[in-house]
Design a protein around this ligand. Structure first.
Ligand code: MSP
Length: 507
């Protein structure tokens, strides 16, 4: 089985912030989960470069747009890798392969009769890189980019006959109830389709920062029309058809709720016009909010995820982002909550279970684990938690999946309190009982480790090695989690504490 997952490609006018990192981290978790099931995964990320605000950011530094984008590629890649985000493919829209794909797709749409020339007269918000209707503005300003007055444009443009595709899109939504998720986003887009769609302008005049139309080199392709095509470029289309057919259509486009409309309406209409299959699912996640509104550079509210990861650890940051809010709803960022999660769920929960289990084994059994008891209520519940976890992950319920993984930890920690291994260790007649309890704890830990792996890869790989002496197999860790047991006789290594308690001086 294959799984192709994509994230929105980022405008590179500024560095990644916690809001943009949220999307990439959650996508990375889903990609790792799919790999753990044994699926062949392609996880795509990249940079959206043909934007006017990107060109302007370069100009400020005295760089050409391309020089600026080269520099920002390094900045983005470094940030993602520090956050343990590992895409399989990273795309930049200025690459030759993308130009080829954009021009090929534009030509197909032209051949289908879906482009016509017209004159656009109206507002354009550079912050959104979007054409705006009067009613989209508040007091003449874009609600999301109040600091930047929209521009009044009057230019000869190519228009895409989006209106022609309303009915076909409605039919697709009806036949595929999961096409856009969560339901709140789906309903928004359905309402839009009910009202009927307007044709959209898809070219920009007066700039050469973009991809020229194959049939009209005087104008460049509008940045959104260009950007959406990245998802199919990255499969090898149209050059390598065999490779492309392996990956397209994508299984999941993960994007923010602000841009679900481009993905759920414009992109599918482009594909329908070009005679190409539609993606299987589009999920519009919520925003990371801060100070009462969406975290964004334009609003002057950004938190640096790298700084947070230096204070709290990458694992705690990733864990917090996935555990704190229902995926699909907004998350109000709070450093206090991040600290609380790091100390309660990780230091006192998973970290404590790992430390006390290894501690007891080393003290009383030279680290050697006995066979897991054939019948153990604790391990039976842990196995059942694997099923719950998988059901949640399949439904993109990251928080629910983490709750299932945490249940294993909580129950194992409670098992220590209930069975009192310290008392057993003092009584040689209870040696077998003690062996059984220690094996139950170590194996609960093994399952918790497997299930937490997509969320905290490096830490869980360290734990897996200490527990089993073997590296975690990324391509089967989840598929074989139910019923997985540590081989009897394995010697556990007691490493440094996984999640030391964090004390943060509050200024
Ligand atoms: N370049 C376009 C996407 C083109 S996809 C074909 C774009 N770029 S962006 O840099 O503005 O945003 C990238 C992604 O980050 C989007 O999915 C956006 O919704 C998401 N986020 C930006 N700010 C965010 C938060 N504060 N919280 C969560 N996600 C956020 O849009």
């Amino acid at each position: 089985m294959r799984y192709y997952i994509t994230t929105a490609i980022d405008y590179v006018n500024s560095r990644p912030h916690l809001g943009t990192a949220y999307e990439k981290i959650t996508a990375d978790v889903l990609a790792r989960y799919q790999r753990g099931l044994g699926n062949e995964v392609r996880f795509l990320m990249g940079n959206d470069e043909h934007s006017q605000k990107v060109a302007a950011a370069g100009r400020k530094e005295g760089l050409t747009p391309l020089e600026w984008c080269e520099r920002m590629e390094g900045v983005f890649r470094e940030a993602w890798s520090a956050l343990e985000i590992e895409p399989d493919v990273f795309i930049r829209t200025s690459e030759a392969r993308h130009r080829t794909a954009v021009q090929a797709l534009a030509q197909r749409i032209k051949d289908a009769g879906d482009f016509y020339e017209g004159e656009y007269e109206g507002w354009y918000c550079v912050g959104c890189e979007a054409f705006k209707r009067e009613e989209d503005l508040k007091d003449g300003l874009c609600p999301d980019h109040a600091a930047r007055k929209p521009e009044w444009l009057k230019e000869k443009n190519w228009f895409f006959k989006l209106s022609r595709w309303s009915d076909a899109l409605k039919a697709h939504y009806a036949a595929h109830p999961d096409f856009v998720q969560p339901d709140s986003r789906r309903n928004e887009l359905l309402a839009l389709l009910e009202r009927g769609l307007d044709d959209i302008s898809v070219s920009r005049a007066g700039t050469d920062w973009g991809i020229p139309f194959p049939f009209d080199s005087r104008v460049v392709v509008y940045v959104w029309f260009d950007a959406l095509i990245n998802y199919i470029t990255a499969t090898g289309w149209p050059v390598d058809e065999a490779e492309s057919a392996k990956w397209w259509p994508a299984d999941l486009h993960l994007v923010g709720k602000d841009i679900t409309r481009f993905h759920g309406v414009v992109w599918p209409a482009m594909l329908l016009s070009a005679g190409l299959p539609l993606p299987r699912k589009i999920f519009g996640h919520g925003f990371v909010n801060s100070g009462g509104g969406r975290m964004s550079k334009d609003a002057g509210r950004v938190t640096d995820p790298l700084e947070l990861s230096r204070t709290y650890g990458v694992a705690a940051l990733r864990y917090y982002l996935c555990a704190e809010a229902v995926f699909g709803t907004d998350l109000d960022f709070s450093e206090e909550r991040l600290l609380a999660r790091a100390n309660s769920d990780l230091a006192n929960g998973l970290g404590n279970l790992a430390a006390r289990t290894a501690g007891m084994l080393v003290r009383w059994r030279e680290g050697v684990v006995a066979a897991a008891p054939a019948s153990s209520a604790l391990l039976a519940r842990a196995d059942a938690a694997v099923d719950t976890y998988r059901t949640c992950m399949d439904a993109l319920d990251l928080r629910g999946a983490l709750a299932a993984a945490t249940l294993i930890v909580t129950e194992a920690n409670a098992h220590v309190d209930r069975t009192q291994p310290f008392a057993m260790a003092k009584d040689p007649a209870r040696a077998a009982e003690l062996d059984a309890v220690l094996a139950e704890l170590s194996n609960s830990l093994l399952l918790a480790c497997r299930l937490h792996h997509p969320f905290m890869p490096a830490k869980m790989e360290q734990l897996h090695l200490e527990l089993t002496g073997l590296p975690l197999d990324r391509s089967s860790s989840i598929r074989t989690a139910r019923g997985a047991r540590i081989a009897a006789g394995t010697r556990i290594a007691k490493g440094a504490p996984l999640f030391p308690r964090i004390e943060v001086a509050k200024g």
